[in-house]
Design a protein. Structure first.
Length: 131
């Protein structure tokens, strides 16, 4: 049977261990978008692209979240990398990276699903986009 002193020591140890675990792990990113493909109408050079923003758990209240782009930003034709950084007060960081690729409407292009790029010729890893 535990006496009062032993119980208090166990609770203090548990509380310290729980805080140590919370402060010694990187944030865990959830909902990181996949690469995004968007189409601009003929004659346009930019389009607005939106997505649901990622978030992190195990973040302290003093955590900092930064990103290179936000949903509803305007993107030019081509591929643009997007990066979110989640940094907690203890200096642990985690990242979410994806690309936004904008193409013009009106022509067939071969899009390579493996490396998220456009191919110059038909290839087994590509699928045609009839835009």
């Amino acid at each position: 049977m535990f006496n009062r002193v032993q119980t208090d020591e166990v609770l203090l140890f548990y509380s310290s261990f729980k805080n140590l675990l919370a402060n010694e792990t990187s944030p865990r990113v959830l909902n990181c978008p996949s690469n995004i493909l968007s189409v601009v109408e003929s004659g346009e050079d930019f389009t607005v692209v939106t997505w649901i923003e990622p978030y992190a758990i195990n973040m302290s209240p003093a955590a900092k979240i930064s990103s290179t782009h936000k949903p509803k930003d305007t993107f030019p034709i081509g591929t643009t990398p997007v990066m979110y950084t989640f940094k907690d007060k203890d200096g642990f960081e985690e990242f979410c990276n994806f690309t936004v690729t904008v193409i013009k409407n009106g022509k067939m292009q071969c899009y390579n699903l493996i490396d998220n790029s456009f191919a110059k010729s038909r290839h087994p890893s590509c699928f045609p986009l009839f835009l």
